[in-house]
Design a protein around this ligand. Structure first.
Ligand SMILES: Nc1nc2c(ncn2[C@@H]2O[C@H](COP(=O)(O)OP(=O)(O)O)[C@@H](O)[C@H]2O)c(=O)[nH]1
Ligand SMILES: [Mg+2]
Length: 683
C-alpha cells in the first residue's frame, strides 16, 4: 500500500485539564471507528492509550501516547496527552507536530487552569482547535454554562456544533447542528446511523444552526453573499467554509458527549475529518526544510520489549524502511529499518510513512526527543519546544552506597525521554539535584528508574545554595610560625578586604612594595584565601563579592614556604572576614502563580508568610496570575501548599532572579542550624 497523501491525514492532539476524560475520549473514538471491540476504562486499566504501569497505578496519563484510526477514508492520528501540569512537557511535544487539537473540558467544571494553559500554547503555535465538552451525564453537568465560559474565557468564537439532548442522568443523545441530525444510541454501544432530531429539540437545533451559520458566513465573503440572497446552504458548503475558518483560527467548533459511554463520537469523528485541516492544507508545523525527506522526533520512549522507540512526524517526503537519515544533533546516519505503527503499546511493523504522517521507529542508536532527521547533512533550523522551567528540585542519594554512577546514568536515560527532567550536580552543596515539574513528576521518574534500571534512591529537600559576602572593609594580620628544631615554617601577611561593587566575583590585588614578601610566595596567600572562602564563617557557604589587597608582610629566608604563606593567608582571611560585617545571602526566585480568583486572598496571605514580595496581579477571566519575589528557602514545599489552598486548581512556575541578604532573624537561625549540623557531624 503506497504512503497516504497528506490530504488524507488528520493529526490531532487531545489536550485539556487533567481528569476531563481525554484518554476515555480517545478510547471511545477508537471504539466507534472499529479499532477496538470493547470500550476500555480507566478504572480497569484497559484503555489503549494509558498503557503504562504507572498510569494504571495512578489512574492518569503520564506520557503522551499515540493512537490512530480511520474514518471517512481518512487516517486520524490521535496523540493522547497528559493533562496534569507535572507532565505538561508531553503535551508541548505533541502540540508541535499536529495541525489540530481537541481541547477536552468537563461539563461540570468548565474552563479550568489546565484548559487555559493549553489553549494558549495551542494558540501560540497557530493550531486549529475543536472543543469537546465531556461528561454531560454527570450531576451538575451543564453544556450551555460551559459554552458560555468557553466564550468568555477562551474565545468568543467558540461556537456550538453539537448539542445535548437532555442533561445529567436524563441525557439521551446529541444533536449535530452541522448536519442537522441526531444520535440517540444506547449507552456504551457503537453509534449507528444518524436519526431525525427529536421534535422537542428541533427549535433549539435551528436556533444554534442559525448562530453557526452567522459565524461561518462572516468568515467567507462569497458565502455571505449567497446567504444574504437567501440561498439555503447545505452541510457540505457549510463544512467547507467552517474548515477554512477553523484552519485560520477564526472559529472554534464546540462538540459534546460522554466519552465513558461512547456518546457523541460519531459526530466528533465527522468534525475531525470535515472541520480540521490536513497537513496538506496547513503546511508543516515546523516550517519547511530544504530537504527531500525530513522527519522530526517528538518523543523517545523506552519500551520494555522493543527497546528505544522514537516517535516522529514526517515533515517532508516519505520515510521508508529503506531510508537512511542523518541526525543533525548527533551528526550520524541512522537506518530507519524498523518502522512501526503504534496503537498505544501495541506496535505493528510498517513499510513507510508519507508526508504529514506520524510514525515510530525502533532500534536507532542515539536519536532522542527533539532531533531532526534529514536525507542530507546541511543544517536546518530545528524548532524549539519551549519547555517550561522545572519548579521542584530534590537532592537524591542512592539507597545503596556506591551506586552513585549507576543512579546518574539511569536518570540521564530518563531525562532523554523527558526533557522537563533535569539532573545536575550542585557545585556548591555537592548534592545531585533532580528537578522536575512537581513532586509527583520526580517520584514517577524515580519509580521508573527503579523498575527499569534497578536503582533505588532517597529524596530530600535540596539544601538552599546560600552565599556569603561582606558589607564593610577590614584589615587583618595572619602569621604562621612554627620553629621547633630543624626546618621551620614561617609566613606572615597583612591584608585588607572590601566589598566589590555589584556584589559578585573575587579580586586579588598584589600591593606589596619593596619585596617584603617575595614575589614567589604572594600567589600562595591568594590561594590560601580562596580556599578558605569556599566555606564562609557564617554558614559554611561560599563567599563572593570580595576584593582582597595584600598590603604588607614579612618572610624568613630559610623557613618560609608556599605552604606557610597559604596558611598565613587563610588566617588573615578569617579575622578580616569576621571584622568586615559578613552577611548571608540567599537565592530569590520570581514566582508566578495562577489560581482561581477566589483563592487569591489565601495565596497572597501565604506568600506573605513566606517572606514574599508581591509584584503584581493579572486577572484574566476567572483566573488570576500573581507575581511575586520569594526566597527559595521558603518555596521548597510550595507545591503541596498550593494544592491544598486551591484544591489542585493552582499552577505555578518559578525561576532564579538574584541573591539577596537574608534578614537578620532568619540568618541567625540558618547560622545556628549550620553550627549544630557541623557539631553533629564532628561528634
Ligand atoms: N461520568 C463520566 N465519567 C467520565 C467520562 N469520561 C471520563 N470519565 C471518567 O473520568 C475519569 C478521568 O478520565 P480520563 O479519561 O482518565 O481523563 P484524562 O485525565 O482527561 O485522560 C475516569 O474515572 C473516567 O472513567 C464521562 O463522559 N462521564
Ligand atoms: Mg489521560
Amino acid at each position: 500500500m503506497p504512503a497516504l497523501e497528506p490530504g488524507k491525514i488528520r493529526n490531532v492532539a487531545v489536550v485539556g485539564h487533567r481528569g476531563t476524560g481525554k484518554t476515555s475520549l480517545v478510547e471511545a473514538l477508537l471504539f466507534q471507528a472499529g479499532d477496538v471491540n470493547r470500550l476500555g476504562t480507566i478504572e480497569a486499566g484497559t484503555t489503549v492509550t494509558d498503557w503504562d504501569e504507572d498510569e494504571h497505578k495512578r489512574q492518569m496519563s503520564i506520557s503522551l501516547s499515540l493512537a490512530h484510526t480511520s474514518w471517512q477514508g481518512r487516517k486520524i492520528n490521535l496523540v493522547d496527552c497528559p493533562g496534569d501540569p507535572s507532565f505538561q512537557g508531553e503535551a508541548r511535544c505533541a502540540l508541535r507536530v499536529v495541525e489540530g487539537a481537541i481541547v477536552v473540558v468537563s461539563a461540570v467544571m468548565g474552563v479550568e487552569v489546565g484548559t487555559s494553559r493549553v489553549w494558549k500554547i495551542a494558540g501560540d503555535l497557530g493550531l486549529s482547535r475543536v472543543v469537546a465538552v465531556n461528561m454531560l451525564d454527570r450531576e451538575r453537568a451543564d453544556f450551555f454554562r460551559a459554552l458560555e465560559q468557553l466564550q468568555s474565557q477562551l474565545s468568543p468564537k467558540c461556537i456550538a456544533v453539537h448539542l445535548p439532548i437532555g442533561a445529567e442522568h436524563e441525557l439521551t443523545g446529541i444533536v449535530d447542528v452541522l448536519h442537522m441530525c441526531a444520535y440517540t444510541n444506547p449507552r456504551g454501544a457503537k453509534e449507528g446511523d444518524p436519526v431525525a432530531i427529536p421534535d422537542d429539540m428541533v427549535g433549539l437545533a435551528q436556533e444554534y444552526r442559525e448562530k453557526l451559520l452567522d459565524e461561518v458566513v462572516q468568515t467567507d465573503e462569497a458565502l455571505m453573499e449567497r446567504y444574504l440572497e437567501g440561498e439555503e446552504l447545505d452541510a457540505h458548503a457549510l463544512a467547507a467554509a467552517l474548515k477554512l475558518a477553523v484552519t485560520r483560527g477564526e472559529l472554534f467548533p464546540v462538540g459534546c458527549g460522554v466519552a465513558k459511554d461512547n456518546l457523541g463520537t460519531h459526530a466528533l469523528l465527522d468534525l475531525l475529518v470535515e472541520g480540521v485541516p490536513s497537513p496538506a492544507k496547513k503546511g508543516a508545523p515546523m516550517g519547511s526544510a530544504d530537504a527531500d525527506t525530513c522527519a522530526f522526533v517528538f518523543k523517545t520512549l523506552a519500551d520494555p520489549f522493543a527497546g528505544r522507540i522514537n516517535i516522529f512526524r514526517v515533515v517532508k517526503g516519505t520515510v521508508t524502511t529503506e531510508s537512511t537519515l542523518f541526525d543533525l544533533r548527533e551528526r550520524a546516519k541512522e537506518r530507519m529499518g524498523s518502522l512501526l505503527q503504534l496503537q498505544g503499546k501495541t506496535n505493528t511493523p510498517a513499510k513507510e510513512f508519507g508526508e504529514g504522517d506520524i510514525g515510530a521507529v525502533a532500534k536507532l542508536k542515539d536519536v532522542q526527543t527533539g532531533d531532526m532527521l534529514l536525507d542530507h547533512e546541511t543544517p536546518i533550523e530545528v524548532p524549539m519546544f519551549g519547555f517550561p522551567e522545572p519548579v521542584m528540585s530534590f537532592a537524591i542519594t542512592p539507597k545503596a552506597k556506591g551506586d552513585e554512577d549507576k543512579v546518574a546514568s539511569a536518570i540521564r536515560r530518563l531525562a532523554e525521554e523527558d526533557p522537563t527532567l533535569y539532573l545536575r550536580r550542585d557545585p556548591q552543596t555537592g548534592e545531585e539535584i533532580l528537578s522536575g515539574m512537581s513532586q509527583m513528576h520526580v517520584e514517577v521518574a524515580l519509580e521508573r528508574a527503579k523498575r527499569r534500571f534497578g536503582v533505588d534512591v532517597d529524596l530530600h529537600p535540596p539544601r538552599v545554595p546560600y552565599m556569603e559576602t561582606i558589607r564593610g572593609q577590614a584589615r587583618a594580620h595572619g602569621r604562621y610560625k612554627k620553629q621547633t628544631g630543624g626546618r621551620g615554617q614561617f609566613g606572615d601577611c597583612h591584608i585588607v578586604i572590601e566589598p566589590i561593587e555589584g556584589g559578585t566575583g573575587y579580586e586579588f590585588l598584589d600591593q606589596i612594595v619593596g619585596g617584603v614578601i617575595p614575589q614567589s610566595f604572594r600567589p600562595a596567600v591568594d590561594k590560601g584565601i580562596q580556599e578558605a572562602m569556599q566555606q564562609g564563617e557564617l554558614a559554611g557557604a561560599p563567599v563572593q563579592g570580595v576584593r582582597v589587597r595584600l598590603v604588607d608582610g614579612s618572610y624568613h629566608t630559610v623557613d618560609s614556604s608556599e605552604m606557610a604563606f597559604k596558611i598565613a593567608g587563610s588566617m588573615a582571611w578569617k579575622d578580616a572576614y569576621l571584622a568586615a560585617s559578613p552577611a548571608l545571602l540567599e537565592p530569590i526566585m520570581e514566582l508566578e502563580v495562577t489560581v482561581p480568583d477566589e483563592a487569591v486572598g489565601a495565596v497572597n496571605g501565604d506568600l506573605n508568610s513566606r517572606r514574599g514580595r508581591l509584584l503584581g496581579m493579572e486577572p484574566a477571566s476567572g483566573m488570576t496570575t500573581v507575581k511575586a519575589e520569594v526566597p527559595m528557602a521558603e518555596l521548597l514545599t510550595y507545591s503541596q501548599s498550593l494544592t491544598s489552598m486551591t484544591g489542585g486548581r493552582g499552577d505555578y512556575a518559578m525561576h532564579f532572579l538574584r541573591y539577596e541578604e537574608v534578614p537578620t532573624h532568619v540568618a541567625q537561625k540558618v547560622i545556628e542550624d549550620t553550627r549544630k549540623a557541623r557539631e553533629a557531624a564532628n561528634a
